[in-house]
Design a protein. Sequence first.
Length: 442
Amino acid sequence: MPQSKEELLHKHPNDIAETIQSLESTEQSIAFLLLPGELKGEVFSYLDKPTQETVLKSLGSKQIAEVLQAMPPDDRTQVFTDFPDVLIKETVNFLSESERKMALTLIGYQEQSVGRMMSPYYIQVKKHWTVEQTLRHIKRVGKKAETLNFVYVVDDAFKLIDDIRIGRILMAEEEKSIESLMDYQYISLVTTQSKEDAAIVFDKYDRDALPVVSEKGVLVGIVTFDDILDVVEKRDTEDIQKFGGLEALDLPYTKTSLAEMLKKRAGWLIILFVSEMLTASAMGYFEGEIEKATVLALFIPLIISSGGNSGSQAATLIIRAMALKELKLSDWWYVMKRELVSGLLLGIVLGTIGFARIAIWQEAHFYNYGAHWFFVALTVSVSLIFIVLWGTLSGSLIPFVLKRLRLDPATSSAPFVATLVDVTGVVIYFLVAALFLSGKLL
């Protein structure tokens, strides 16, 4: 190890995990085994998945159970998610009875639910308790609590009825009752809610911890902001990767093998390549027009890229708005009307620039577009208006279609939208050319 054991032990568990990850795989297990018992559980929570697998392979079932016993329940549940069923059965049996019951309860929730990520360690009190009783209770059981920022008040049926910031309790007179500090206003999550919904609640109410209740309102755990940050990071990473035109990576970029990287990227590339071949087919259909008016071919890249760019912009805006719950499926009509105006105005701007560019080049003798240059410029200008409009509408509405089909809107990636607009853009371009140049160049 690059540092002595003593120097390493004075570091934060996350820093120790980073040091272990920087070692060769053969040294990682040795370094981990040198850590004290309780610290093993903390450090293991911060190790990345490949290092966790390396360490676990070097441990026996009983040693694995000792590490899991020392881990926070929510982190342990996350590790169990990646365990084979056989290994879960072996290691769970080595846990203490209370920890085993807790582990099996958390594993029983749906993988993407709040129940999977909650911690069962929190401070709960009754409303008839005094402040003095509450403080004694906190001193007795608070060491294992995930956070002491809030105290949760339950009734006789253990249903959540309020949460109180610890600061209010510390500043209150000891003989006062907890009920005198209550306002019966609180925010909670339900075990069956999705992790992504939980992230939205955290963001909306700016909380660092939230209680979790069963569907009957019974307090069963809490979720802290550090767990939500992991969810948000994973969600955003997946969406960005999907939007870039590849499958979401299971591991960080630096830990993903070349074979896995090719597998994740090849699928979409093949689909997009085959789709782009339709563009070539469309151009082949208009081969006669291109031969008669070769000047039209000069503007094909300009035309189709403008439509693709406008579509990618619209898709990006709509997908992000959906992710932030700013837009619902029922808002498609509002979006279409808004993007219809936006696309038309953007098309007019680009069309005007396109017309001006051809006119200036012609008049300044930079390039000779022929005797019918005005109609060529008009063709390019009008085509840009329609193609940018079509690209904007496509990019904004495809996410709604995918969501309606219960697919991830993020899969309507920028390359996908651009490819769709490329193919249709060629058709629009030559139909407009036929309208303005028929009897002239065509």
